[in-house]
Design a protein around this ligand. Structure first.
Ligand code: ARG
Length: 266
């Protein structure tokens, strides 16, 4: 059983522009966003078998729907995010309160250290990767490595369309990596090649990376991803996964898709 933290999109809007996908003039349609979010929840619960923990949405923090950025959870420990942009810093108190109210042992990072949670920190059981430069700071990972007692490999993100690690890097349950290499600087690309053997690397083509193919939720053999990524679906099926493509374009207007909308709690 996989537990995921989610937050209903009651107050989801495009109120500011902090990544290249966001245009205040390209407003989200609240009814479509709500329908897309509820369909995602139905698939996660009924098809994937995930257990959903729903947070109370808060007015005035429109990006709180992207719970992947709440922080990172490892066992009973939670490290809440420290957002780079003031627009999202207002969410920190609600995520921290949720972790405390649900019995997590909360460790806070110093205020000067930007870290955007599971949006930037992802991995396999033996090795975690931390995306930095666009949002999280590289320095956050040496601190997180101490706190979590894990090896964290920092990887630099160089394309502003792929500003969080989870927009271009998706570890799968069988040990494969679905990813878009060009989002990383040459050194990070080499590090990934060095750590993940060739037969485990599934490279997403640029048009599908730009449709958020890598922003997928993988639970067991199920992979929930946005629609419009046929080559990715074929690659996943060839490896024995069951892809569940869903329309999530209202959330793409904010620069997010399936994976951003859920935080893995275990
Ligand atoms: N508008 C949000 C931001 O720019 C989207 C966050 C998407 N979350 C993610 N984990 N990639 O911060």
């Amino acid at each position: 059983m996989s537990r995921l933290l989610v937050c209903p999109p009651d107050y989801f809007r495009i109120e500011y522009e902090i990544n290249p996908w966001m245009r205040v003039s390209n407003q989200a349609d609240p009814e479509r966003a709500s329908a897309q979010w509820h369909d995602l929840m139905t698939v996660l619960e009924d098809r994937v078998g995930a257990l959903l923990e729903r947070m109370q949405p808060v007015s005035g923090v429109p990006d709180m729907v992207f719970t992947a950025n709440a922080g990172v959870v490892d066992g009973r420990r939670a490290v809440p995010s420290r957002f780079r942009h003031p627009e999202r810093q207002r969410e920190e108190q609600y995520f921290e309160a949720w972790f405390r109210e649900h019995g997590y042992q909360v460790t806070l990072l110093e205020e000067s250290l930007y870290f955007e949670g599971a949006g930037d920190l992802l991995g396999f059981p033996d090795a975690w990767f931390g995306g930095y430069r666009q949002r999280s700071d590289i320095r956050a990972y040496s601190r997180l490595s101490e706190i979590l007692q894990r090896e964290i490999i920092p990887v630099e993100l160089v394309d502003s369309h792929f500003y969080h690690l989870d927009t271009c890097f998706c570890p799968l349950s069988g040990g494969e990596l679905l990813y878009y290499p060009t989002a990383f600087d040459p050194y990070a690309q080499a590090v990934i090649i060095n750590r993940i053997s060739e037969d485990r690397r599934l490279v997403v083509p640029r048009p599908e990376a730009l449709r958020f193919a890598c922003n997928a939720v993988c639970v067991g053999k199920h992979v929930v991803l946005p629609t419009g990524c046929p080559e990715t679906v074929t690659m996943l099926e060839a490896r024995g996964y069951e892809p569940h493509p869903l329309p999530l374009d209202e959330f793409m207007k904010a620069g997010g898709s399936a994976k951003c909308l859920a935080l893995a709690l275990d």
